[in-house]
Design a protein around this ligand. Structure first.
Ligand SMILES: [Zn+2]
Length: 310
């Protein structure tokens, strides 16, 4: 619910250095392998440049602009389900009453985002930043405080009632798949095909950055089981590439055989986010310009390449 695959990033400042999660690495692996790199607190450069194997997180600048010892950035499902809504700001004042938080309108992750957070910190000294269509940043001086802040935030933003999550009996996934396609890892993803409000929300455009990076702008939506292979071929002819994933209305979701582990996590995140957005609610999609900026970004290409190596 908080972190999906390689998404999000955490850091701790010790002395003149900051340890930050390396780009493309999964936080869940942190106890088994070294996934953190050390950067200079002032310049942001890696302390040991020979450690070429790992690169500092895309959001390193964001971690550096906040003076707190610990900074945690997550793409929380509960937060995202609010942050994509057009009416988010109108509700957050009430939901987060008493917390020191600040709103950051959507900007490209990385340096631009860091500059906005720095400006907001200077005039608000907030320790929680809600990033429109993106996620949450929580900053504190010790782990206990971070833990409490995230817990409180999740409790307050989790007030929306998810639609029933059980899919029992409502899906039939033993339909023939086109060559090179398979079912996704998590069953709850089929909600995106079975629930009309969910399907409508995801079939237009993408709502948050990691959705674009790992799933593409929108799935191919097929109205029937007939001619799935033909629909995929037509899509490829028009777009010059395979669709990122595919929805068969009322039946289920299928993904390319080579779909990445990160893609699986993001697809489940997407299903969970839209299940928490009330039907007919207006959401903000990322603009074509924002999507283009994410797809063209070398830093994101690197992160995707790491994912494929796994
Ligand atoms: Zn992020």
């Amino acid at each position: 619910m908080l972190i999906q695959g390689a998404g999000g990033n955490t850091s701790i400042k010790i002395g003149r250095a900051m340890w930050v999660k390396a780009s493309g690495q999964w936080l869940i692996d942190s106890e088994d392998k070294n996934i953190f790199v050390q950067v200079d607190l002032v310049t942001g450069d890696m302390v040991y440049k020979e450690e070429r194997i790992l690169r500092p997180s895309i959001e390193t600048a964001l971690h550096l602009v906040l003076p707190h010892k610990i900074v945690v950035h997550v793409h929380s499902v509960n937060a995202l389900s609010w942050l994509v809504r057009e009416d988010a700001c109108a509700h957050l004042d009430e939901l987060l009453k008493g917390m020191r938080w600040a709103w950051i309108p959507y900007v490209k992750p990385g340096k631009e985002l860091a500059a906005h957070v720095r400006a907001r910190f200077e005039d608000s000294a907030a320790d929680i930043y809600l990033l429109q269509n993106h996620g949450v940043v929580v900053a504190a001086e010790d782990f206990k405080q971070i833990y409490l802040l995230i817990g409180e935030l999740e409790k307050r933003l989790g007030h929306t009632v998810p639609q029933a999550t059980s899919l029992a009996g409502s899906i039939v996934v033993d339909f023939p798949k086109p060559l090179g396609w398979r079912l996704p890892k998590y069953d709850e993803v089929h909600r995106l095909a079975v629930s009309e409000p969910s399907r409508n929300l995801v079939s237009k455009r993408a709502m948050f950055p990691d959705q674009v990076v790992f799933l593409g702008e929108a799935p191919l939506v097929c109205a029937t089981l007939l001619d799935l292979g033909e629909s995929v071929r037509k899509y490829e002819a028009c777009n010059g590439r395979k669709p990122g994933w595919l929805i068969i209305e009322g039946h289920g979701v299928i993904v390319p055989e080579e779909f990445s582990a990160g893609g699986e996590e993001l697809l489940r995140c997407l299903a969970r986010v839209v299940a928490r957005v009330p039907p007919k609610m207006k959401v903000n999609y990322l603009t074509a310009e924002s999507v283009g900026a994410l797809l063209d970004w070398d830093a994101e290409k690197y992160r995707r390449s790491i994912e494929l190596k796994d």
